[in-house]
Design a protein around this ligand. Structure first.
Ligand code: AMP
Ligand code: MG
Length: 431
């Protein structure tokens, strides 16, 4: 990434009147991050299937009409609506049959109709299709249409009603989902311009950490953050550089930050950003770039570092997440996720919150945002409600595996009574 022409964090925060790094509301931190990061520029062409989950790099203009011609939405009879009567049934002469995939040749005159199959081109002169089940006494020569079974224009699909030639079919920034690659296929498009994948390097810091496979000595814990980060980054579609556990030693840390910076667009670390942390993570980050250390008004996940570091002519955005396993996930989802999507060039709507009844009271102080882990359930009457998982400690990763949603208690909000409505964010969606 080109390290020039970039606003400094000081530039970004200079327009905020009430900025205090020791008391940053969630929304303010999100805004600073949004104003600071820029998307990767490079574009590559990939085949349609490989484009799934990638970020569309340019608008796609429809090269054709879909459907290409007016056609029937039903099996039945293509008629001229002027031949139908509101008072009584009419009998029309059948001039032939129209099949899907064959061009319409048969002209249809007054008093005539065409037997037609779903998807077959509408014959000239006809504007309406009478579904076969509404007709009577059909033979290969004639058919009777009772009064009032259709209105003019029924069961006719128009050329270009799905996609119109020359109009944008998809906009750049869209993350391509199954429907989108299907839609591109309907346009006959075989290759898609997408942004290059974002490369994200990550490592864990802390002398107490052991990697899976190593013996666990007294006072040590296994490094779980690298696995949750792996999962979250993979789900987001990033290329990842897993740099392992980095010991709390100034030279090793500096070398790790430099290697990460030279090989990735963004760096995510966990641990070592707490206040009074007796380690070198903070010092090293500040020495290598423009990094700020926040105390965010949130729970879990108060301490977080954010900025950009430079090494060997490269620059990389950096997220120094706290060490506690739940705090890592929460800060990733509510800060890093959106920033990474922005770097990927993706345009995504804000995360959708759903309001549901809280089964029990939740204690909460105004002046910070809380992300409690919840289980949303549906009772036999179809009524949804949420119950927070037991312990909400920021080290209790079990609370994340048991939960199916996050209960979002907003900055100004106070305690919740049983039966109150709360905002929840579901972990899983349909697609
Ligand atoms: P820190 O933010 O470095 O003060 O870490 C806070 C807590 O999170 C400490 O109890 C650490 O042992 C724990 N922790 C830090 N990094 C990890 C990790 N990678 N995996 C599991 N626990 C961690
Ligand atoms: Mg630590």
């Amino acid at each position: 990434m080109n390290p020039t022409n970039h606003p400094s964090l000081a530039d970004v925060v200079s327009c905020l009147s009430d900025y205090d790094p020791d008391a940053v509301p969630v929304a303010q931190a999100q805004r600073i991050i949004r104003d600071f990061v820029a998307p990767v520029k490079a574009i590559e062409k990939v085949s349609l299937r490989a484009a799934l989950d990638r970020v569309l790099a340019t608008d796609v203009i429809s090269p054709i009409n879909v459907p290409a011609h007016d056609n029937s939405a039903m099996d039945g009879y293509a008629v001229r609506s002027t031949d139908l009567s509101a008072e009584g049934s009419v009998t029309l002469r059948v001039v032939g049959t129209g099949y899907a995939g064959r061009s319409a040749t048969q002209p249809v005159g007054a008093g005539e109709c065409l037997r037609i199959m779903t998807g077959a081109a509408m014959p000239a002169g006809c504007d309406t299709v009478v579904p076969q089940e509404f007709t009577r006494d059909a033979t290969s020569e004639k058919v009777t249409i009772p009064a009032g079974v259709v209105q003019r224009g029924d069961n006719r699909r128009f050329a270009g009603e799905d996609l119109e030639v020359g109009k944008p079919a998809l906009h750049q920034g869209k993350i391509l989902r199954p429907a989108d690659i299907g839609l591109l296929a309907s346009l006959g498009i075989a290759e898609v311009p997408v942004r290059r994948r974002l490369r994200v390097a990550f490592f864990s810091t802390g002398d107490e950490l052991r990697s899976v496979g190593e013996p666990l000595e007294a006072g040590c814990v296994y490094d779980s953050n690298r696995y949750t980060l792996y999962g979250m980054l993979k789900r987001l579609g990033c290329d990842i550089v897993d740099m392992g556990v980095v010991k709390d030693d100034p030279q090793t840390l500096e070398q790790s930050f430099r290697t990460a910076c030279e090989s990735a667009d963004a760096i995510i670390t966990s641990g070592g950003v707490s206040v009074g942390e007796a380690d070198y993570t903070r010092q090293t980050m500040s020495r290598l770039g423009d990094v700020t250390f926040w105390k965010i008004g949130m729970r879990p996940g108060r301490p977080m570092a954010f900025g950009q570091i430079r090494s060997g002519g490269h620059a990389a955005y950096i997220f120094g997440l706290p060490g506690n396993p739940v705090a890592v996930m929460v800060t990733f989802y509510f800060f890093a996720r959106e920033a990474l999507l922005q770097m990927m060039g993706a345009k995504v709507p804000p995360l959708p919150l759903t309001r549901v009844v809280s089964q029990s009271a939740i204690r909460k102080k105004p002046g910070r945002t809380e992300y409690q882990r919840g289980i949303l359930s549906v009772d036999t009457n179809g009524q949804q409600s949420v119950q927070i998982t037991g312990s909400q400690g920021s080290g209790i990763l079990r609370s994340m595996t048991e939960a199916n949603c996050m209960v979002v208690l907003h900055h100004e909000q106070g305690s919740v009574n049983a039966g109150d409505l709360v905002d929840v964010l579901l972990f899983e969606g349909l697609i």
